[in-house]
Structures are given as structure tokens and as C-alpha cells.
Design a protein around this ligand. Structure first.
Ligand SMILES: [Cu+2]
Length: 147
């Protein structure tokens, strides 16, 4: 009879230890991986946390101002016909005509046909002077100066 009580005591002790270790187990055993975009378009190395607590976002530099500018295509004319922008500017060419046009700089870029009401956007990432025409109406001419 005494042996039985010893066995029960041992089982109870094992159970208590088991429950204790279970309660202390890390509730979030899988590392959380977060990629944080930064302003230059690259991503920093993943931050790995095993703590289960919320991750604090890295303080990032304020996002770069994205410059946009626009050219309206209307009555077979690019307006403005010449536009000067800073490097990195996105130019939106909006076709306000009732026929399709293109914005085509031979060997540099080509919008393809821009349907009436549609917009072609291009970001100018290098300095230069870009003379463009409309392929179906080659007398239509425009210039984007990137400086
Ligand atoms: Cu055209």
C-alpha cells in the first residue's frame, strides 16, 4: 500500500512538472520574418524575432516625393508641346482626343496606341531631351526635357 502512494506521488509530481513546462512554452515558436521596404526601393535584411511580441517597424526615411507631370493630347496636339521635368518624374500623357494616338520616341520608348480617354505614364529616370511623335500622325510632335 505504501508503494502505491509513492507511485501516485511520483505521477502527480510528473504531471505538475509537465503542466508547468507546458504553460511556459513559447506561445509563438516560429520566428516571424518581416521585410521592411525602404525608400530606395531595396529591402533591408529580414528582421527575425522569436519573442512573439509585435515587431516595431524600422524608422524609415520619409518617402521620396514622387513628381508627376502631365501632357494632354487634344485636337492632334500635345499640350504642352515641350515639357521640362526633373529626373524621376512620371509624366502622364492623357489622350483627350476621340482617336487613338501614341507617344513614340524612336529607340527610347513607345506607348503603343493610347485609346481615347486613356493615359500613358512613363517615368523619366535619365537626363536628356526626348523628342517624340505620334506614329499614326507623325506631324504631331512633342519634347520632354529631363534635367
Ligand atoms: Cu496621333
Amino acid at each position: 500500500m505504501k508503494t502505491l502512494w509513492v507511485i501516485i506521488a511520483i505521477i502527480v509530481i510528473i504531471l505538475v512538472f509537465y503542466l508547468f513546462s507546458f504553460r511556459n512554452r513559447n506561445p509563438n515558436p516560429n520566428p516571424t520574418e518581416t521585410l521592411t521596404p525602404v525608400s530606395n526601393g531595396y529591402q533591408v535584411a529580414p528582421t527575425i524575432s522569436n519573442s512573439g511580441s509585435p515587431l516595431t517597424p524600422l524608422a524609415s526615411a520619409s518617402p521620396e516625393q514622387v513628381e508627376t507631370s502631365s501632357v494632354s493630347i487634344s485636337n492632334f496636339i500635345y499640350d504642352p508641346a515641350q515639357l521640362t521635368v526633373k529626373v524621376g518624374t512620371t509624366v502622364n500623357f492623357k489622350n483627350n482626343d476621340s482617336v487613338a494616338h501614341t507617344v513614340t520616341a524612336a529607340g527610347k520608348f513607345d506607348s503603343g496606341l493610347i485609346a481615347p480617354g486613356a493615359t500613358y505614364s512613363r517615368t523619366f529616370t535619365e537626363k536628356g531631351t526626348f523628342n517624340y511623335i505620334c506614329t499614326p500622325h507623325p506631324w504631331m510632335k512633342g519634347i520632354i526635357v529631363v534635367e
